[in-house]
Design a protein around this ligand. Structure first.
Ligand code: C2E
Ligand code: MG
Ligand code: MG
Ligand code: MG
Length: 286
């Protein structure tokens, strides 16, 4: 009997695995098509500068976030397809699409908004993009074609990526040599450590949402944010607080001297057109 029960469990497990694999290969096939048929698009979330005098500069920057307008499933969020794109070799094409689109949109905002245009464009990177030899030449070409100066571009990497082997470090230095900057995304998650921050070739530290969301209720999390800001400052790095949802959280991270903030309190990710409207409305600051 025990054997039969075990066998039944095995059959159910195998069936679940088959279903998962089938769903994956569905998404994979759909994703190939999505790239050809322009179903992917980019949304932009404002990143604001939190000035010490209590005022807010709404034109500090934006982060580009990819979306997939699936013909049947509707808008698919990135966590459902970035991993698959990485595994099936589509992330290179996807990443280049996001960078190209974002740079073109950025140039458009400079033309239409002038002084109110964002000064920094942050784009997320994945490991496979850095693995490509000579990818920095592609970045240089995309910037030139869009007529965007490299100092406006910031590439976001996670710590597991930035701390990788010597070859990845070399690639990151090649990118920095173009004149762009690097940000460490989701800091505080995984094996992040303040002690090894100085080893990473990054200019900005993005403090993960999980710290910011607990900053009101937990002294421990406030202390960690404060320590991160101090270490970053001492290394000449700036800081961004991710996922600010309340005025109280914004005031906590401002008081702890975070340079910038990002989160639903200011705005959810917006289409390019909606972003232009948002920036225009926030032209004069506070
Ligand atoms: P991330 O780079 O840490 O981006 C921030 C995520 O937090 C975004 O989710 C954003 O919508 C969400 N967020 C921002 N403010 C708030 C807030 O106040 N509350 C809450 N609950 N969430 C907030 P999204 O767009 O779903 O992206 C998830 C992740 O997918 C990103 O995390 C990034 O790691 C990855 N990703 C997005 N676009 C790209 C891309 O073009 N390339 C690559 N390689 N990864 C991307
Ligand atoms: Mg990011
Ligand atoms: Mg992040
Ligand atoms: Mg995050």
């Amino acid at each position: 009997e025990a054997k039969r029960t075990g066998g039944g469990r095995h059959v159910r497990f195998a069936q679940a695995m088959r279903e998962r694999a089938a769903r994956r290969s569905d998404i994979e096939a759909d994703l190939r098509l999505a790239l050809q048929e322009n179903q992917l698009f980019v949304m932009y979330q404002p990143v604001v500068a939190l000035r010490a005098d209590g005022s807010t500069d709404y034109s500090a920057g934006v982060e580009a976030l990819v979306r997939w307008q699936h013909p049947v499933r509707g808008v698919v969020p990135p966590f459902e397809f970035i991993g698959i794109a990485e595994e099936c070799g589509l992330i290179g094409a996807l990443g280049d699409f996001v960078l190209e689109q974002a740079c073109q949109d950025f140039r458009g905002w400079q033309r239409t908004l002038g002084d109110a245009a964002p000064r920094l464009l942050a784009v997320n990177l994945s490991r496979a993009q850095l693995g490509q030899p000579g990818w920095s030449a592609t970045v240089a070409r995309i910037l030139t074609e869009a007529d965007v100066s490299p100092h406006h571009l910031q590439l976001e990497v996670t710590e597991s990526l930035a701390a990788q082997d010597a070859q990845i470090q070399q690639r990151l230095h090649e990118l920095k040599a173009l004149g762009l900057t690097l940000a460490l995304d989701d800091f505080g998650t995984g094996y992040s450590s303040l002690a090894s921050l100085h080893l990473l070739p990054v200019d900005t530290v993005k403090i993960d949402r999980s710290f910011v969301s607990q900053s009101e209720s937990s002294e421990h999390h406030r202390v960690l944010i404060e320590a991160t800001v101090k270490v970053a400052q001492s290394l000449g790095m700036s800081t961004v607080a991710e996922g600010i949802e309340t005025v109280a959280q914004a005031e906590v991270v401002r008081a702890l001297r975070c340079d910038k903030g990002q989160g639903y309190l200011y705005s959810k990710p917006l289409t390019s057109d909606a972003l232009v409207k948002w920036l225009d409305e926030h032209r004069t600051g506070d």
